[in-house]
Design a protein around this ligand. Structure first.
Ligand SMILES: Cc1ncc(COP(=O)(O)O)c(C=O)c1O
Length: 415
């Protein structure tokens, strides 16, 4: 059969995490034979079980008559109301569940379909619509844009700009590089950030809101990690707390990270009613909503004491794990200042030892020699070169074993 698939789909690579999984599976027998069984620190997914009440309620809801039937593409009222209540409780944001919220089959699905809904597919680069994406940033953004027939432009995030670049400077830089700014349809922000663990200030959220308003482009805020933080005084904000944000912004939420519910595939989008409505319309032709027992479970956990207590405990555990790795890396020669320790997420983003020519060379060596699975920074964008990302989600023992192996196998920052 000839290859009849479209050019966009032909051009993408399998998602980097699945490539790494495959590489690990191939190396596993050899690693086991030298007492270096793989320790997985690549996937950005908590490994703890979800709250007990989630499993209990889910089983209970399976018994409800007619629970098995189709849901609606926008989501059941009880789910939308629970999401609205959560936004009120957590951020003080008021939303109309009927028009300003839509359920998602995980936030990845929502982001992909929203991006698809914005882009007019084109073949030549100069004709392509542009989406501004964080660089380094979640690897899927760029691929979502590409498969939709658009192109992405990286918003450079670095320590120098405190991971909060001035968007007018980025805009001018784009023009200098010959990009047609009239083609820009949207910008994506992701605070707290995957892979950086960086957070942003409310003032910065105000800045990006004003910028998108002035340029008349959509602002997509990916809030997947908003509940994974370590200091009550530094709780991440919602973009919708900013005055006027509803005019230009939508925000994406996920149950995956705060409640370890990755496999349930559940999230929501909220914000600008027109944008939420457009996505719901598109989704009505693509999917028919989420299994109602899952929506009921999500609705339960969102505003429950069990849910809040779970998040509190999970964040204590993530902090402890983070410090096992940070202190371990410090002992191996990484110079990590206290102020550079991530205030949120379970990610650790650090430079590769200078003797390696690329982030991939380092992560390949770490895997092949020591069975430690991390992600090369280049996987998150060109600004990620020279770094690696480690998800501190394994057990404490495994994380200590990672540091032991690195020491035994000579993975010092500088030899
Ligand atoms: C920044 C970011 N956004 C979205 C997602 C997707 O999460 P989900 O589709 O499970 O809600 C992830 C998953 O790793 C992520 O890191």
């Amino acid at each position: 059969m000839k290859n009849l698939f479209n050019e966009y789909v032909k051009s993408i690579e399998t998602y980097i995490m699945f490539q790494i999984k495959q590489q690990v599976a191939e190396l596993e027998p050899e690693l086991k034979s030298k007492d270096r069984s793989p320790i997985a620190l690549a996937m950005g997914a908590p490994v703890a079980a979800p709250p007990d009440i989630v499993t209990k309620k889910f089983k209970e809801y399976l018994e409800i008559p007619q629970i098995h039937t189709y849901s609606s593409p926008k989501g059941e009222n009880y789910f939308l109301q629970a999401a609205a209540q959560r936004m009120k409780n957590r951020f003080g944001v008021n939303l109309d569940p009927k028009t300003e919220i839509c359920s998602l089959i995980g936030s990845k699905e929502g982001l992909a379909n929203f991006i698809r809904a914005l882009i007019n597919p084109a073949f030549n680069d100069e004709d392509k619509d542009i989406i501004l994406v964080p660089d380094p940033g979640y690897a899927s953004y760029k691929e979502m844009v590409k498969t939709s027939g658009g192109r992405s432009y990286g918003i450079p995030l670095s320590k120098d700009n405190n991971y909060m670049p001035d968007m007018n400077t980025v805009w001018e830089q784009m023009k200098k590089e010959g990009f047609d700014t009239k083609k820009v349809k949207a910008m994506i922000i992701n605070y707290p950030s995957n892979p950086l663990g960086a957070t942003c200030t409310k003032d910065y959220l105000k800045h990006v809101t004003e910028f998108c308003n002035e340029k008349q482009i959509w602002l997509l805020s990916d809030a997947a990690y908003c509940d994974i933080y370590f200091d009550e005084k530094e709780k991440p904000h919602s973009i919708l707390e900013v005055e006027g944000a509803k005019d230009v912004a939508v925000e994406f939420y996920s149950f995956s990270k705060p409640y370890s519910m990755t496999g349930f595939r559940l999230g929501w989008i909220c914000g600008n009613a027109y944008a939420v409505g457009m996505l719901a319309k598109l989704k009505s032709t693509i999917d028919t909503g989420i299994f109602k027992a899952i929506q009921k479970t999500g609705a339960y956990i969102l505003n429950s004491t069990e849910g809040d207590e779970y998040i509190l405990q999970a964040n204590k555990d993530f902090k402890r794990k983070q410090m096992i790795v940070i202190n371990g890396l410090r002992n191996l020669g990484w110079k990590i200042k206290d102020e550079d320790i991530p205030r949120a997420t379970f990610y650790i983003w650090q430079p590769i030892p200078p003797r390696y020519a690329s982030s991939k060379a380092f992560t390949d060596d770490l895997l092949k020699t020591s069975g430690i699975v991390v992600v090369p920074g280049i996987g998150f964008g060109s600004n990620g070169e020279g770094y690696f990302r480690l998800s501190a989600v394994a057990t404490d023992e495994q994380l200590k074993e990672v540091i032991n192996r690195m020491e035994k196998d000579g993975f010092y920052f500088e030899k």
